[in-house]
Design a protein around this ligand. Structure first.
Ligand code: PMT
Length: 408
């Protein structure tokens, strides 16, 4: 697992810095190449010589090195993984804010490799709302946090905030490296946002979808090595490595997905597609002085049901179900009717769940009735759970993707 992996080990200024030496030794023993980076604070706690001796190369501390003029990009781009242990409150704040104040924060900004952060500090600091907000921000961006443990802290205090043990840190690194490329060479198509159906030249029928859940899935899939195409109505920043197909109406979303589906290994419909649209949208603006207009509606195409009918062997089709009652019964019915491999049911009437929130809570249902409940969490964590299940379904699929044929 770790053999040949290039790991940047960032060490910041906390009393637990001495444990970074043990983390480095374990990684090197397992065959990893460890490049240590220390902050100025860390140098108050451990000597460079100690860490250099137990890593794969000498410690680096500065951005300003004549022999190596751009150390941050070299380290950031070549890393398979970056781990920061211990991570102080200052490091969490700088990383969450995107500040590049020293070599380590520059490396963290100059990488697309997975990042594992292991905070350690006094209990009061760890529980401070500012620190917890920074941790939540980093988590929502896909940074893996190894939570501190309860135990004895510097000065004899006891409480939460002690750096996780070197065993736990190395296990977390192994877990991240084992899952992060599990979608390599897989084409994942994700839909996101709410469709807008024109009433006239200026008015639309819309819904409350922000696109956040779909974008979190796209970002997570790209981070796990997938080729990702996002078909979206939303105007959020496009995640790194994701191709965008901007659409507005259900008809445009269907056209894009119908075109992309034959080349897709996985299709995930997180979009909220309008169920009805005006039959005859007016070309200009309907004037108020003409009285209240009668708007005749017609059903939109059910995009997911059509994709289900045309599903290719080996292709994994995932739908969402936004419900306000009878969550499981409604989701199971959609799963069957639309020929899905997985449905992600969310009770959008529950606090913090579904439309517009940064969080969601879902129940994953497969045709065999397998149910996995994910409690309220940020949308990136929901995305992880959905993609973990997709990877399991693909692993269990008897038909190789390269030999697809029409099943229906
Ligand atoms: O975008 P956010 O603000 O982050 O909110 C996330 C979300 C609440 C939009 C998301 O979690 C979600 O539930 N998306 C599906 C919303 C929805 O339209 O659910 P539904 O139960 O009405 O539809 C079932 C499935 O059929 C969905 O996958 C939907 O994309 C699809 N569908 C629905 C109607 C239609 N005409 N065509 C479709 O393909």
């Amino acid at each position: 697992m770790l053999a040949g992996k290039r790991i940047v080990l960032g060490v910041t200024g906390g009393i637990a810095a001495y444990k970074a030496v043990e983390v480095s030794r374990r990684l090197v023993d397992a065959g990893a190449h460890v490049s240590p980076v220390m902050t100025a604070g860390a140098e108050h706690f451990i000597g460079r010589t100690t860490l250099s001796a137990l890593a794969s190369e000498p410690v680096q501390t500065s951005l300003w090195d004549e022999a190596n003029p751009i150390p941050h990009t070299v380290l950031g781009q070549s890393a398979d993984l970056i781990v920061v242990a211990p991570a102080t409150a200052r490091l969490l704040a700088a990383y969450a804010a995107g500040l590049s104040t020293d070599l380590l924060t520059n490396v963290l900004l100059a990488t697309r490799a997975p990042v594992v952060v292991c905070p350690a500090m006094h209990t009061e600091m760890w529980e401070h709302p500012a620190v917890q907000a920074n941790v939540a921000t980093l988590r929502s961006r896909g940074v893996h946090i190894v939570e501190p443990e309860e135990g004895r802290l510097a000065g004899g205090d006891v409480g939460a905030g002690r750096l996780a043990s070197p065993e736990r840190i190395v296990a977390a690194i192994e877990a991240v490296l084992s899952t992060t490329r599990d979608l390599a060479n897989v084409h994942v198509v994700v839909s996101a946002g709410g469709t807008r159906e024109p009433i006239d030249a200026v008015r639309v029928i819309a819904n409350r979808s922000s696109g956040k859940q779909g974008y979190a899935i796209a970002a997570e899939a790209a981070a796990r090595g997938a080729k990702v195409t996002l078909v979206s109505t939303a105007e959020l920043p496009v995640p790194a490595g994701v191709a965008l197909r901007a659409v507005e109406t259900a008809a445009q979303m269907q056209a894009a997905l119908t075109e992309l589906a034959p080349g897709a290994d996985v299709i995930i419909m997180a979009a909220a597609v309008a169920d009805f649209r005006p039959v005859a949208p007016a070309a200009g603006k309907i004037k108020k002085d003409q009285g209240v207009p009668q708007i005749v509606l017609e059903p939109t195409p059910d995009i997911l049901a059509a994709l289900g009918k045309a599903k290719l062997a080996g292709q994994v089709l995932v739908g969402f179900a936004a419900e306000t009652s009878d969550l499981l019964a409604n989701a199971e019915s959609k799963l069957r009717r639309k020929h899905l491999d997985l449905i992600v049911a969310n009770d959008v009437s529950a606090p913090g769940v579904g439309f517009q929130h940064d969080t969601n809570a879902v129940t994953l249902v497969q045709p065999g009735g397998v149910v996995h409940v994910v409690a309220l969490a940020d949308k990136r964590s929901i995305a992880k759970a959905v993609l973990d299940t997709v990877v399991q379904i693909r692993g269990a699929s008897p038909t190789p993707n390269s030999k697809r044929s029409l099943t229906k």
